[in-house]
Design a protein around this ligand. Structure first.
Ligand SMILES: Cc1cc2nc3c(=O)[nH]c(=O)nc-3n(C[C@H](O)[C@H](O)[C@H](O)COP(=O)(O)OP(=O)(O)OC[C@H]3O[C@@H](n4cnc5c(N)ncnc54)[C@H](O)[C@@H]3O)c2cc1C
Length: 333
């Protein structure tokens, strides 16, 4: 049975790992985080989870619709009954308008990472393990982490890290520089959670705003702490990347007061910085990246344009690329 190392326990890595496990491969998933989920992680609080990363996902392709149905049937996901609105900016005049649509939006239950955790059920995971070097000798990969531990004997490696981190890992491993412009494809986002009293009029506010890209309220998501989550846009987040959480709390509170006219007490909960959050609009998606001779493949949401659904599709395609390569090697006389 071939041993495969999957780096990254986000949705892409989990999907690849589950697909390969079903095909009889022996998979180990490594992640630097304490738990699986990646950018679908939620933070646990006494009052429920806070979705600091992805707020919801949509399903357009048949294959992802089928997977979402499995999660819905297993109680790992639900439809988010969200009221949507648009915070629009007309020549500096900002206004909030209802903008209902027919789009089905889904969330994990009881937290955003639940679908990822479900995929990884029964698969060996090594968490809190930052891989910082790879070595390929005699058709076998060895992984080294930042505490000096090594993991050896893998026939193939799948990298499902954000491309800037994958590029750095390849450089540290003296492997070919497979990522050039693709390394800069993901942009940062500061996310801030704030508590207010009472219900919110809208659950999902899309923002055309100088600072913000999205405001979400968690009142209609099962298992969540019912509060606001604000996502600052890439340019404002990048401009103030190193600012303290106090700066971000003050910015977020000012926005709730000015734009949503919230007068009651606002309590800051959590501010989280994502260095690699979502895809730049202008950049073409590079697809999967590979060193097929050495059985190394790289992919993630960024391969196909960002978002949760594309992370899933990338995970499937990474696994299938490896399976196909192995089949053709077995068929070669
Ligand atoms: C603030 C925010 C809001 C978002 N909103 C939405 C939304 O509403 N809808 C939507 O569809 N998408 C949204 N997204 C995007 C969505 O979360 C991602 O597309 C998706 O989760 C990416 O999955 P992935 O597996 O490709 O990557 P990731 O989830 O980033 O997984 C990569 C994993 O690699 C690990 N890793 C990195 N370096 C190493 C290393 N050296 N060693 C070991 N492990 C390592 C990381 O810890 C991480 O767990 C949002 C993202 C953010 C950050």
């Amino acid at each position: 049975m071939k041993k495969i190392a999957v780096l990254g326990a986000g949705l892409c890595g989990a999907t690849a790992a589950a697909t390969l496990t079903q095909q009889g491969y022996q998979v180990t998933v490594f992640d630097k985080g304490r738990a699986a989920g990646g950018r679908m992680s939620s933070k646990r609080t006494d009052q429920g989870y806070l979705d600091m990363g992805a707020q919801y996902f949509t399903a357009r392709s048949d294959v992802f619709k089928q997977q979402v149905k499995v999660w819905l049937d297993a109680g790992r996901a639900e439809i988010w009954p969200c009221k949507t609105a648009l915070l629009s900016n007309d020549e500096g005049f900002i206004s909030l308008k209802a903008s209902e649509d027919e789009q089905a939006r889904f969330v994990g239950v009881p937290s955003m990472q639940s679908p990822v955790t479900a995929l990884l059920h029964g698969i060996t995971q090594v968490n809190s393990c930052r891989i910082q070097k790879l070595d390929y000798q005699w058709q076998s990969w060895t992984l080294f982490n930042d505490e000096g531990l090594s993991y050896t004997g893998f026939a193939a490696v799948l990298l499902t890290l954000p491309p800037a981190q994958a590029k750095q890992l390849l450089a540290q491993s003296l492997l070919p520089a497979l990522f050039d412009t693709a390394a800069d494809i993901l942009e940062p986002c500061w996310a801030v959670a704030l508590q207010t009293q009472g219900a919110a009029a809208q659950d999902a506010i899309f923002c055309q705003h100088p600072k913000l890209r999205f405001i979400s309220h968690q009142q209609h998501k099962t298992g969540r702490n019912p509060c606001y989550i604000l996502h600052f846009n890439a340019s404002f987040s990048a401009l103030h990347l190193q600012q303290s959480t106090e700066f971000w709390f003050a910015e977020a509170i000012a926005i709730l007061r000015q734009e949503l006219n919230i007068q009651q007490e606002i309590t800051p909960l959590v501010a989280h910085r994502w260095l690699y959050a979502s895809q730049k609009d202008q950049v073409a998606a590079p697809g999967l990246i590979a060193l097929p001779e050495q059985q190394l493949w790289a992919g993630g949401d960024w391969s196909y344009g960002g978002r949760v659904e594309n992370a899933y599709l990338a995970g499937l395609n990474l696994a299938n690329a490896l399976i196909e390569q192995n089949k053709s090697q077995q068929e070669t006389p």
